[in-house]
Write a protein that binds this ligand. Structure first.
Ligand SMILES: [Ca+2]
Length: 287
């Protein structure tokens, strides 16, 4: 029986593991990687052709812990370099939610580039891509080269650049039952990266010409350039889930709250320390 509750801020037990993504289908902070070559749940791949681009586990820069995935992307079509999750994602739905932390060094170029590539069964294996064009983030569909948003000045203005030199949280919601997409950069749902099924000029009018929804089967992180554009990128705390994943920063234990529960059992009193569930909108709610 709970007699009293006393809040404390000290985490008394081993912190929860990994990328803070609960029951996610795929959840990786890359801390289990033992060498520079991706292993276990990840493997290097160069889907079309391989040149000077590289992708490897990095121990110098990390969002969580001491490891991340580093991609040295090079301009030119035949410098593809990706690390692919080995997980089969073909049954994740009806909405597939993806979260990743990404950091890069060079502003997105005017030319088209890709840094997330999802093989798509609805395109016979061609990719649903996330990258940039005209200096801002965009979605691209390989089979018909459609973009979201449209690459008009008004459309590009409704997207956002990917800031350089700091970790950014990118989240996607990919509807596999309707031609809908959503994208968050940090806390903002980016208006130009939002396909809602109703064609809107400069945003998703071109995208929705194709009504077959995507069916991603896998996740690849890396770099693919179709002209100009070198960049160095890091990825960390990557998750794929059936629900929107919070922008959790799993190693910041100070955001967790704990309470001491006083348990009275017959003639003795036991103390049990538990992590408190967070209330909506509060980082420090204690039970
Ligand atoms: Ca990490």
């Amino acid at each position: 029986m709970c007699i009293r509750v006393r809040p404390t801020t000290e985490p008394p037990t081993t912190p929860p593991p990994g990328a803070g993504c609960g029951s996610a289908v795929l959840c990786s902070d890359f801390e289990d990687q033992t060498g520079p070559a991706p292993s276990g749940a990840w493997r290097f791949t160069a889907p079309d052709c391989q040149g000077t681009g590289t992708a490897a586990v990095d121990t110098a820069v990390a969002h969580s812990g001491s490891r991340s995935l580093r991609v040295d992307g090079r301009a030119g079509y035949c410098n593809h370099a990706f690390v692919a999750a080995t997980a089969d994602l073909s049954s994740v739905g009806p909405v597939m939610y993806v979260r990743m932390w990404v950091r890069h060094t060079t502003a997105l170029p005017a030319a088209h580039v890709t840094f997330v590539s999802l093989p798509d069964a609805s395109q016979n294996g061609r990719s649903l891509r996330v990258g940039g064009q005209n200096g801002a983030l965009q979605w691209n569909r390989e089979s018909d080269d459609a973009t979201l948003p449209a690459q008009s000045p008004a459309g590009v203005a409704l997207s956002r650049p990917l800031p350089t030199g700091s970790w950014q949280c990118l989240r996607f919601a990919i509807d596999t039952g309707a031609p809908k997409l959503d994208t968050w950069l940090g806390d903002e749902r980016v208006p130009g990266l939002h396909a809602d099924g109703v064609p809107t000029q400069d945003i998703d009018q071109q995208w929705l010409v194709r009504t077959t929804p995507p069916r991603p089967t896998a996740l690849r992180l890396g770099w693919e350039s179709y002209g100009s554009g070198d960049d160095t990128l890091w990825f960390d705390d990557v998750a794929v889930s059936l629900s929107l994943i919070h922008i959790s920063e799993p190693t910041r234990h100070s955001l967790r709250s704990y309470a001491v529960f006083c348990l009275k059992k017959k003639n003795k009193v036991d103390y049990e320390v538990r992590e408190c569930p967070a209330a909506p909108g509060s980082k420090h709610y204690c039970c």
